[in-house]
Design a binder for this molecule. Sequence first.
Ligand code: HEC
Length: 154
Amino acid sequence: MSKIRDKVRTPAILAVVLLPLLAAFTTGPRAEQKGLKPASELALLMREMTAFTDSTRHRLERGDDLLPYPTGFAAMHTATPTDGKLDIDRAAFDAFAVHYLAQVKALYDAPAGDRMSTFNATVQACANCHTVACPGPLVRIKKLYVLLPLEPSK
Ligand code: HEC
């Protein structure tokens, strides 16, 4: 009986001794990661655009009004990217940005009945630039489309 207990106790004691050691080793790199450079201006703006798009999608699904017009998004053209350089030609980036901003304007100009489809065109404009400039967030972007109600069959 007591032998069995000893067998159980030894690994338990080892765990108690070793776990804090392990923890000490594993927090090292994590602490370093926290010290990494902060997100770029462009990355922060993108996060804001993502939150805006997600929030707008929910509003449209609930039939709520649009958020105030996001005038700040025009700063895409001047916001500093990570490491100060884009992974895409500046002229191409600006063309995609102009297109995205035009889609946002079209959403606010659209009659209420066309908001879902014009909203999806703004998401498509995110995806267009990302396919070329930075494919990582495409997974996230694809989840932002609003599902259009099906046309009643005739
Ligand atoms: C004109 C091109 C362009 C358009 C349009 C665009 N993006 Fe981006 N996006 C980028 C680039 C370039 C980066 C990388 C920024 C950096 O590293 O500084 C980025 C970064 C991101 C990131 C990562 C941010 C982070 O935390 O590092 C997300 C998420 C994102 N975009 C989502 C979106 C969404 C959603 C839209 C549409 C509402 C959008 N993007 C429209 C070019 C674009």
